[in-house]
Design a protein around this ligand. Structure first.
Ligand SMILES: [Cu+2]
Length: 571
């Protein structure tokens, strides 16, 4: 039997053994051919082959065999569509709390289904896969400690309309083409309701999930997580907001109602007929690309929308729901003005910061959120643009009046007690690795050198504190997300990645750097930059059971940059 090297890898050889077996993978952005390279086990391994930069842009631009007429978004009229506001779901039914028969919880039924969504006035409506017919899906909202039940129903068609790669783990030919499972990103949910990637539903099936919401007020979001195809399902439109509110937040009297606006950002590519386009590698048998970047950024599902505001303060809940794009957002009058709006960041992934942080720009990696208050009083009667770098995404039209007396934000928001590193019972050093998967002619990113199917190695004890030190040996920044827990960024520290790769020695190139004030709150996703040790600290609270941690560049996650971890009950 001819054993494909990839099969060999999957069938249990350690990566190191596989490396020894032949020129399979290499991991360097720059290395000398023939140099000794280092495997994940720490042993020196001869003969692996150099890999270049990930080639993301090259593969992303690679053409599909299908003849298409691309849409050039810059040719569209700008700011002709009002910004859609996702509908907030209202429950009409109560059901018994599965963990406490004396309690009744709001129950929601959310179907996933194909729908036509208009992304721009002048474009034909786009076929998307949606939650309840909308993209982004309807917003789910709950109060801290109250919780809710959602029956997620797969009513999608039997065939996918985006290019599935059957060579990716979990997406093989033996798997149904259309599978879906919902994960509420940032929710402290029991394992059975977390949306484990292998807990997918085929069309016609549903699952009842319980979200106890025993957590602080925060901007969460929900999205598809089906093994091997989550990048395609989310790209097709399976994303939505999930808000948790609480009394402490209420007491701050932040802008609400019409003045609380979710802004869900995601980039896409379209054909001129309005169809979604997801590029491929050019190899029909292995269409996976290493990262997707689109030329059209949707804000709440609309291209170049506008928003009318009063000259008062507004609260924007920014969600980066893109597959791979990192945004740097700012708000300012159209150039050549040198003015800009101050973005007062009041919250991050897992809720309120200790105090508002005034910023000129905010950087958001995939899956990160920023809760931001902007006071438009000083811009009455003017027009502003929310831009990513210099590319406008949303026009904000500030009414001339009546102007209100500006009300300052509270000086403090919520205490965020730092977790002391001395509280940690364990420190794990985990590498982010980049390989060139030669047989498949593509990049391969792994967490700590391990594949999804390798035995679970991270088994924190429920209730204990751990530090995870993420050593990024790749050329990319990876937004790393842990399910279940909220964490704090402890510090970041530059190290000599080349030396680590060749000798396994950790040589620091600088002092540890604490997080910036707007990253010093509770997080669930952290950007691990190249050549950097990113240390996070967290208490594994909530539930014992199996969860996942992964890169939130969805193309990476789909190709093995995802691992299970298991919270074990104290023995
Ligand atoms: Cu990644």
């Amino acid at each position: 039997m001819r054993v494909d090297r990839r099969t060999f890898l999957r069938d249990g050889g350690t990566l190191a053994a596989a490396l020894l077996a032949g020129p399979l993978v290499g991991r360097w952005r720059a290395c000398n051919p023939g140099s000794i390279t280092r495997g994940v086990s720490g042993r020196a391994l001869p003969g692996s082959v150099c890999a270049g930069r990930s080639g993301a842009s090259a593969t992303t631009r690679a053409s599909s065999p299908r003849v298409r007429t691309p849409l050039h978004p810059d040719a569209l009229a700008r700011f002709v569509d009002p910004l859609p506001r996702p509908r907030v779901l209202v429950s009409t039914e109560l059901r018994t709390d599965p963990t406490d028969s004396r309690r009744q919880l709001p129950y929601y039924r959310v179907p996933m289904r194909e729908a036509l969504v208009r992304v721009h006035r002048d474009l034909t409506a786009t076929r998307m896969w949606t939650y309840d017919g909308e993209m982004p899906g309807p917003t789910l909202a709950t109060r801290s400690g109250q919780g809710l039940l959602v029956e997620w129903v797969n009513e999608l068609p039997e065939r996918h309309f985006l290019p599935i790669d059957r060579t990716l783990h979990g997406a093989g030919a033996d798997r149904p083409e259309v599978r879906a499972v919902v994960h509420v990103h940032g929710a402290k949910a029991p394992p059975a309701s977390d949306g484990y990637p292998e807990d997918w539903l085929v069309p016609g099936r549903s699952a009842l999930y319980h979200y106890p919401a025993r957590q602080e007020a925060a901007t969460l979001w929900y999205h598809d997580h089906a093994m091997g195809i989550e990048r395609l399902n989310q790209y097709a439109g399976l994303i939505g907001c999930f808000l948790v509110r609480d009394a402490l937040e209420d007491a701050l009297d932040l802008p609400g109602g019409e003045r609380e606006v979710p802004l869900v950002l995601c980039d896409r590519m379209f054909d001129s007929d309005g169809a979604l386009y997801y590029p491929t590698s050019g190899d029909p048998g292995k269409p996976w690309i290493s990262e997707f970047y689109g030329d059209a950024t949707l804000v709440n599902g609309r291209l170049f929308p506008y928003l009318d505001v009063e000259p008062r303060s507004y609260r924007f809940r920014l969600v980066n729901a893109s597959n791979a794009r990192i945004y740097t957002l700012s708000m300012a009058p159209p150039s050549p003005s040198s003015e800009h709006c101050v973005l007062h960041q009041i919250g991050s992934d897992q809720g309120l910061l200790e105090a508002p942080v005034p910023l000129a720009g905010i950087t958001l990696a995939p899956a990160e959120r920023a809760d931001v208050v902007v006071d438009f009083d000083a811009f009455a009667g003017r027009v502003l643009l929310l831009s990513n770098h210099t590319a406008p995404l949303l026009q904000v039209r500030v009414a001339a009046g009546p102007r209100s007396r500006p009300r300052p934000l509270p000086a403090t928001l919520r205490p965020v007690p730092r977790i002391a590193s001395s509280a940690a019972v364990k420190t794990r050093t985990l590498t982010l690795d980049q390989y060139h998967d030669l047989p498949n002619h593509r990049m391969l990113m792994l967490l700590d050198g391990k594949y999804w199917h390798d035995p679970v190695t991270e088994k924190p004890v429920l209730g204990t504190v751990e530090v995870w030190s993420l050593l990024n040996l790749t050329d990319d920044s990876h937004p790393i997300h842990l399910h279940l827990v909220r964490f704090q960024i402890f510090e970041r520290q530059l190290f000599d990645a080349d030396e680590y790769r060749t000798s396994g020695t950790l040589r620091w190139l600088g002092a540890p750097v604490p997080p910036a004030p707007n990253e010093a709150g509770w997080k669930d996703t952290v950007v691990a930059a190249p050549g950097m040790a990113t240390r996070i600290i967290m208490r594994f609270e909530g539930y014992a059971g199996r969860y996942v941690w992964h890169c939130h560049l969805l193309e990476h996650a789909a190709n093995e940059m995802m691992r299970p971890f298991e919270v074990v009950a104290p023995g």
